[in-house]
Design a protein around this ligand. Structure first.
Ligand SMILES: NC(=O)c1ccc[n+]([C@@H]2O[C@H](COP(=O)([O-])OP(=O)(O)OC[C@H]3O[C@@H](n4cnc5c(N)ncnc54)[C@H](OP(=O)(O)O)[C@@H]3O)[C@@H](O)[C@H]2O)c1
Length: 251
């Protein structure tokens, strides 16, 4: 067991992929974990069952992270059950259009920017009162390498995650004196549902070839970086972004 034992972590979008892996890893570190999801209740309950079978504690809570009232209600349920969120991992993947700027409408680009920031705003506002009251909190947002290095068709995701990363730095500055750290984990391509949808086999192979560690990331690789930031002992890192990309891009 580590210093994080007993802390409560809320992982948005934890019914699959990186979020599900993160929920598992945080419970292995002794945290109680809220497995948030939008509509995949069976998958979320399966993540909880998995965690409980391994001796951990988790609960599934449905909420659309773009809806302030729904997020507030979710956090109130957590507060009633477990006494407040100590660690926020905002991971939920808001859908976006994959297309060139020339083919894109303002509704597609502006809609993604609005939804990305609205969700980050809602989940952060909802957990902050507990964190600032206790002068301790960890906030970790999931970014992407695409916010620094453009790839064709990914302007909506890259631009909105770039906004999220700068949002995180501003929060790190404001919340540091209140005992709350704010960091970003920025994966490269991960073997997951979205990678299968967005990348064809030839593109995947090109990416593996360009990666010194010789493969795409597994969700657990990303989860371990999140757990590093969530750790009780990781007290002096804030406003940073950790690339989890096998060396594909170095900065
Ligand atoms: N996979 C990659 O290659 C990659 C690379 C870089 C960054 N990332 C980032 O990592 C994060 C997770 O990606 P992933 O590929 O692991 O995603 P994923 O497997 O597609 O899972 C997405 C999760 O988000 C949830 N979700 C979607 N909309 C939601 C909403 N409005 N409210 C609450 N939950 C919602 C889904 O719930 P339901 O199942 O109920 O719909 C699901 O649990 C994202 O922020 C993504 O941008 C991923």
């Amino acid at each position: 067991m580590t210093g994080t034992t007993g802390r409560v972590a809320m992982v948005t979008g934890a019914s699959s992929g990186i979020g599900a892996a993160t929920a598992r890893v945080l419970t292995e570190r002794g945290m109680r974990v809220v497995v948030n999801y939008l509509s995949s209740s069976d998958a979320a309950e399966a993540v909880v069952a998995d965690i409980e079978a391994a001796g951990g504690r988790a609960m599934a809570v449905q909420a659309d992270v773009r809806e302030m009232a729904a997020v507030q209600h979710m956090v109130e349920r957590v507060r009633a059950a477990w006494g407040g969120v100590d660690v926020l991992v905002h991971n939920a993947l808001i859908p976006y259009a994959v297309k060139s700027f020339q083919d894109m409408t303002w509704e597609e680009l502006g809609g993604k920017l609005d939804a990305e920031m609205r969700a980050a705003f809602a989940v952060t506002k909802a957990v902050l009162p507990t964190m600032t009251e206790q002068s301790w909190g960890r906030i970790i947002y999931l970014g992407t390498g695409l916010s620094r290095r453009p790839r064709a068709g990914m302007i909506a995701l890259g631009a909105s995650k770039a906004a999220l990363e700068q949002f995180a730095r501003y929060l790190a500055q404001e919340l540091g004196p209140l005992g709350v750290t704010v960091n970003v984990v920025a994966p490269g391509p991960v073997e997951s549902r979205i990678a299968d949808d967005v990348l064809d086999d030839a593109t995947k192979q090109r990416q593996v070839t360009a990666t010194p560690l010789g493969r795409l990331a597994h969700p657990a690789d990303v989860a371990h970086a999140v757990a590093f930031y969530a750790d009780e002992d990781n007290a002096f890192m804030t406003g940073t972004t950790a690339a989890v990309n096998g060396g594909m891009a170095m900065y």
